[in-house]
Design a binder for this molecule. Structure first.
Ligand SMILES: *[C@@H]1O[C@H](CO)[C@@H](O)[C@H](O)[C@H]1NC(C)=O
Length: 330
């Protein structure tokens, strides 16, 4: 009878020990490489990524682009729209330290009770500020209406904020019938705007048309000091003022893709409603004088017949809202 030699057991033992240690080592490496801290931001990132990968834009986003938009979400609420029917999604470009402006908007024309019957929702779009993120974190946890990406928040980067809004809507709120892009110093007369959109459905970008040439952005001719002509082409297509314009929902994914493939221009309204719109054949936009072209609101009652009003301070948000609620304007 052949009795196995002791060295056989020894060899087998060594074999198992080495398999085991390689396994442990692999597990350790996996933990090290793949495990992320279990913070809320990690789960936001996961939810964001899985939604994004299901979106038809995912493939498009993997192609080479002249103007890629590959920023990370610092704040996101992927289920903000959920499967709800949404007539109007209002995207308010705001700066991280504009707490007062956002508070005033939430307490007045964007008060959730006031918007439900219009199937309208409001979100604030932020870039990354220089100061501490803690206050934005707290505000976002409390109000759950802030979308923030990690590009530097600056005037020059307002275009990125709009592109971020297009991308977010295309992924997380594709059912929105219309999007209003606006700013945090704007009063929005939601009842009037909603009624108009219901009465006259449109597939055109609509706002206050500002025609080129744009003052202040024209290159100044100069002999020995050439201007950055390539950054500021001398003529732009017609565009709607950034204070507030309507984008029909079905255009949003196309506009986003166009934005990725259109030369960056640090003038968000010209870029989006002029150049990108032209690229997808959604040009020229439609003019409606009830959208503000940028002039200041001087009397509360002006806003009873306007969709949007510009240069509105937090105090004025309250006084306009109260005046309109009292229905005393003729
Ligand atoms: C815009 O954001 C990008 C990304 O954070 C940053 O590199 C760039 O400096 C910003 N531009 C301006 C002018 O703020």
């Amino acid at each position: 009878m052949n009795v196995p030699h002791a060295s056989f057991f020894l060899k087998q033992g060594r074999f198992y020990v080495s398999v085991l240690s390689v396994g442990v080592l692999l597990l350790f490496i996996k933990e090290l490489v793949f495990s992320r801290p279990k913070t809320s931001s990690a789960s936001i990132e996961d939810e964001t990524m899985s939604e994004w990968r299901r979106s038809p834009l995912w493939v498009e986003d993997q192609r080479p682009q002249i103007n890629p938009h590959k920023f990370q979400y610092l704040k996101n609420h992927p289920y903000y729209c959920n499967n709800n029917e949404i007539d109007l999604l209002i995207l308010v470009s705001s700066a991280p330290d504009h707490y007062e402006e956002r508070e005033a908007i939430r307490a007045t024309w964007a008060a959730s009770g006031a918007l439900e019957k219009y199937r309208t929702k409001v979100l604030f779009l932020l870039g990354q500020g220089k100061e501490q993120q803690t206050l934005v974190d707290q505000e976002s946890n409390l109000c759950r209406d802030i979308i923030q990406e990690d590009f530097q928040d600056s005037y020059y980067n307002l275009t990125l904020k709009t592109v971020m809004g297009l991308k977010w809507t295309a992924i997380f709120c594709p059912q929105a019938k219309y999007v209003l892009k606006t700013d945090d110093d704007i009063f929005v007369n939601v009842p009037l705007l909603h009624a108009a959109l219901k009465a006259q459905q449109t597939n055109q970008i609509t706002g206050c048309i500002k025609n080129s040439p744009i003052h202040g952005f024209q290159p100044i001719p100069s002999g020995d000091n050439p201007q950055p002509m390539d950054m500021m082409p001398p003529a732009h297509p017609a565009f709607t003022a950034g204070a507030g314009y309507i984008l029909p929902g079905p255009l949003i994914p196309e506009l986003y893709i166009a934005a990725l493939n259109t030369k960056f221009l640090p003038i968000e309204d010209v870029f989006t409603t002029g150049h990108c719109a032209k690229r997808i054949g959604a040009h020229p936009p439609l003019h409606d004088s009830r959208f503000s072209c940028g002039e200041m609101v001087t009397r509360e009652c002006q806003m009873s017949k306007m969709f949007t009003g510009h240069k509105v301070t937090p105090e004025m948000q309250f006084s306009i809202f109260e005046t309109l609620s009292e229905q005393i304007c003729k």
